[in-house]
Design a protein around this ligand. Structure first.
Ligand code: GTP
Ligand code: SPV
Ligand code: MN
Length: 596
C-alpha cells in the first residue's frame, strides 16, 4: 500500500520515529491480511481460535486483569485553555500532554510491529463520514477496528490529499496503570492512548473520536455527536418511525436497539429495526428535520445478561466473525457468561484464566466482558443503517438506572425543557468504567465521560440546535427508567421486549394520538394508556406485575424530586457559569411546581 497523503505520511513517520517499532504494516482492509494477523495472534497466544463449527471465524481474548474498563480518571481533554475542557472533564495542557506521552511511548514499540489503520466513521465516502488513522502495536486492536469501523485502502482513497483526519496513536507499552493515559486534543484532531488494551480506551474510533473529538467538531460545525442508540419502529401498515436514545454505559442501549417487541405487538405486525447501538451523529437535513447516522460498523456489547430470551438478536450477531473479551472459555471452544443460560460450565477457567468454581459465588465472566460483532450479522439490522443521510428522528429518549425517583416514562414540555431533562439525567454507575458501582451520579445526556468540551457550552449547543429549527420538525424529548426497584431489590418493570409498551406511548405522543397527565416534572402517561394486555411478569414470588405496580412506577414523589433539585443545583454549580440561563430557569420553575 502506498500512502499518497502528505499529512498521513508525516503522522506515520513521526509516530515511527517516536515509538521505534521493528516494522510498520499498513492495514489494507483485505481479508487475506486480516486472516494472517489472526494467525499471528493465535500463534503468540494473544487470541484463541474458538470452535469453528459452532462459532465460525470467532476468537477469544483476555485483557490484563488491571485493564478491564474505561478509566475516566485517566482520561483527559487537552484543549489549549482549561476553560474549554470544562469542570466535568480532566484537563491537561496540550504541550505537557504531548511531552508526557512522548516520554512514555518513546521506544515503546521496539521489538514490535506498528500497524497503521486508515478507518472511516460512517459509510466510506459519504460527505457526513469522518476519517481517522489509528496507529497501534496491538493486533487485537486492528482486528477489533476492522469489525467496529470501515478500514483499509478505500479509506485512504476517500481521504485523497485532505488534511481532515483524526490522528490516533495507541501504544500498549507495559499496560502499566500508573502510566495509562487516554488523551484527546480536540483542537488538533489528535488522540493518544497508552498502557491499555481495553476496548473503549484503545478502539480510538469509538468513544475517543466518535464522541469526544466529534462532539467538539459538531459544536463547531453545527451538528451533534451523541451516546445514543438509533432504532426504527415499523408499524403493521409498514411505516417506520425512528427514535434515538441516550442511556449511560451498561444501561440498556444495545438491548433496546435490538429489542423484539412483546408478543402482543409482534402478533399485530410491529417490528424493531436496529440502526445503531451506541453512537449517533445527528444533523439537520434539507427538510429541517434531525437525521441520525450510526458512525460504527459493529457492536462492542456487554456480554453478561445477553441470552436467547433477553436479546436474541445480539446473541445471533455474535455467532460469526466475533471477538469475545473476558468471558468464560469452555472446553469445547465456545464461550459462556453469566445469564447466558443456567448451566455454568464446570472445570473451566474464569475470565482471568484461573480455575473457577461456579459454586464459589465468584463471577466467571467479567461484568464488563464484551463481544465485538459485525453489525451486518444482526438479524434486525435496519435496511437504512448504511444510508449516508441517516434516518429522520421522531423522538429522543433520555434514560438512566434509578432505583427510585425517576418514573417509567415522562415527556418534556418542549425542546428547551427536554434539554433540561437531559442535563439533569442521573444514573447508578456500572462496571463499564473503573471505580465504584451503583453510586448515583449526574450524567447529562449520558455524555459525562464523553463530552469533548465544556458541559455548559454543550447544553447551549443543544438549545441552539432547537432554536434554529421549526418546533414541529424537532424530535420530541422523553425520559425513561426501566430500573425501578421494589423494597427487596427486584426490578418492578419487566423491561426488554416489554419496553415496547412504553415506546408505543411515546410514538402516540409524537403523533398527538394520546393525552397525558401534567406533573411538576413533565407529562406522564395516564395509567390506562400504557397497554398491559398480555403482560405476564413475576416481580417476586407470588407477586405478578399489575396495575398497582404501574401506578407506583408512574408516580412522582415530590420529596425525592426536591432532594434531586438540591443535587442538581450542586451539579450545575460545579459546571459553573457556562450553564445556560434557560436551564437554570427551568430548574427554578420545576422546584416551584414541586413545592406547590
Ligand atoms: P454500553 O455498551 O456500555 O454503552 O452499554 P448499553 O447501554 O448498550 O447496555 P446493554 O444493552 O448492554 O445493557 C446493560 C445491562 O443492562 C445488561 O446486563 C442488560 O441485561 C441490562 N438491561 C438492558 N435492558 C434492560 C431492561 O429493560 N431492564 C432491565 N432490568 N435490565 C436491562
Ligand atoms: C461504554 O462504556 O459506553 C461502551 C463500552 O460502549 S466502551 O467502548 O469501552 O466505551
Ligand atoms: Mn456505550
Amino acid at each position: 500500500m502506498i500512502c499518497k497523503n502528505e499529512g498521513v505520511c508525516r503522522f506515520v513517520a513521526e509516530s515511527e520515529a517516536l515509538a521505534q517499532p521493528d516494522q510498520v504494516v499498513w492495514i489494507d482492509g483485505s481479508e487475506e491480511q486480516l486472516e494472517e494477523l489472526r494467525r499471528q495472534a493465535v500463534a503468540t497466544g494473544e487470541m484463541i481460535k474458538l470452535n469453528q463449527e459452532k462459532l465460525p471465524n470467532c476468537y477469544y481474548h483476555r485483557t490484563k486483569v488491571n485493564d478491564v474498563a474505561r478509566v475516566e480518571g485517566r482520561t483527559f481533554i487537552c484543549s489549549r485553555e482549561k476553560r474549554n475542557a470544562g469542570a466535568t472533564n480532566n484537563w491537561m495542557d496540550p504541550k505537557e500532554a504531548y511531552k508526557l506521552t512522548d516520554d512514555i511511548i518513546r521506544g515503546g514499540m521496539k521489538g514490535r510491529t506498528m500497524y497503521v489503520i486508515p478507518f472511516s466513521m460512517g459509510v466510506v465516502g459519504s460527505p457526513f463520514s469522518k476519517i481517522g488513522i489509528e496507529i497501534t502495536d496491538s493486533i487485537y486492536v486492528v482486528l477489533n477496528m476492522a469489525i467496529m469501523t470501515r478500514v483499509g485502502e478505500k479509506v485512504l482513497d476517500a481521504l485523497g490529499d485532505s488534511d481532515d483526519f483524526v490522528r490516533g496513536l495507541h501504544a500498549k507499552c507495559d499496560i502499566d496503570e500508573e502510566k495509562r493515559y487516554i488523551l484527546q486534543f480536540p483542537e488538533d484532531n489528535t488522540i493518544r492512548s497508552c498502557n491499555s488494551g481495553y476496548g473503549g480506551n484503545v478502539l480510538l474510533g469509538k468513544k475517543c473520536f466518535a464522541l469526544r473529538i466529534a462532539s467538539y467538531q459538531g459544536w463547531k460545525q453545527g451538528w451533534m455527536a451523541e451516546h445514543m442508540l438509533i432504532l426504527g419502529i415499523e408499524n403493521p401498515q409498514g411505516e417506520t418511525k425512528y427514535i434515538a436514545a441516550a442511556f449511560p454505559s451498561a444501561c440498556g442501549k444495545t438491548n433496546l436497539s435490538m429489542m423484539i417487541p412483546a408478543e402482543e405487538y409482534r402478533k399485530k405486525g410491529y417490528k424493531v429495526w436496529t440502526v445503531g447501538d451506541d453512537i449517533a451523529w445527528i444533523r439537520k437535513g434539507k427538510d429541517g428535520r434531525f437525521y441520525a447516522q450510526n458512525p460504527e460498523a459493529g457492536f462492542f456489547g456487554v456480554a453478561p445478561g445477553t441470552n436467547a430470551k433477553s436479546n436474541p438478536n445480539a446473541l445471533a450477531s455474535t455467532r460469526e466473525g466475533t471477538i469475545f473479551t473476558n468471558v468464560v472459555l469452555k472446553d469445547d471452544g465456545t464461550v459462556w457468561w453469566e445469564k447466558l443460560d443456567n448451566n455454568p460450565p464446570k472445570g473451566v477457567c474464569n475470565w482471568k484464566g484461573e480455575p473457577w468454581d461456579p459454586a464459589s459465588g465468584e463471577k466467571g465472566a467479567h461484568p464488563n466482558s464484551r463481544f465485538t460483532a459485525p453489525a451486518r450479522n444482526c438479524p434486525c439490522i435496519s435496511p437504512e443503517w448504511e444510508n449516508p443521510e441517516g434516518v429522520p428522528l421522531s423522538a429522543i429518549i433520555f434514560g438512566g438506572r434509578r432505583a427510585k425517583t425517576a418514573p417509567l416514562v415522562y415527556q418534556s414540555r418542549d425542546w428547551q425543557h427536554g434539554v433540561f431533562v437531559g442535563s439533569i439525567m442521573a444514573s447508578e454507575t456500572t462496571a463499564a468504567a473503573s471505580g465504584a458501582v451503583g453510586v448515583v451520579r449526574r450524567d447529562p445526556m449520558a455524555m459525562l465521560p464523553f463530552c469533548g468540551y465544556d458541559m455548559g457550552d454543550y447544553f447551549q449547543h443543544w438549545l441552539d440546535m432547537g432554536k434554529t429549527t421549526d418546533a414541529d420538525k424537532l424530535p420530541k424529548i422523553f425520559h425513561v427508567n426501566w430500573f425501578r426497584l421494589d423494597d427487596d431489590g427486584n426490578f418492578i418493570w419487566p423491561g426488554y421486549g416489554e419496553n415496547f409498551r412504553v415506546l408505543e406511548w411515546i410514538l402516540k405522543r409524537c403523533e398527538n394520538k394520546v393525552d397525558a397527565k401534567e406533573t411538576p416534572i413533565g407529562y406522564v402517561p395516564f395509567e390506562d394508556d400504557i397497554n398491559l394486555t398480555g403482560l405476564d411478569y413475576t416481580i417476586s414470588e407470588g407477586h405478578k406485575f399489575g396495575k398497582d405496580d404501574l401506578h407506583d412506577i408512574l408516580t412522582i414523589e415530590n420529596k425525592y424530586w426536591l432532594e434531586d433539585v438540591a443535587n442538581i443545583r450542586e451539579f450545575y454549580a460545579k459546571i459553573g457559569e457556562t450553564v445556560p440561563k434557560e436551564l437554570r430557569n427551568e430548574l427554578d420553575a420545576m422546584e416551584e411546581r414541586l413545592k406547590k
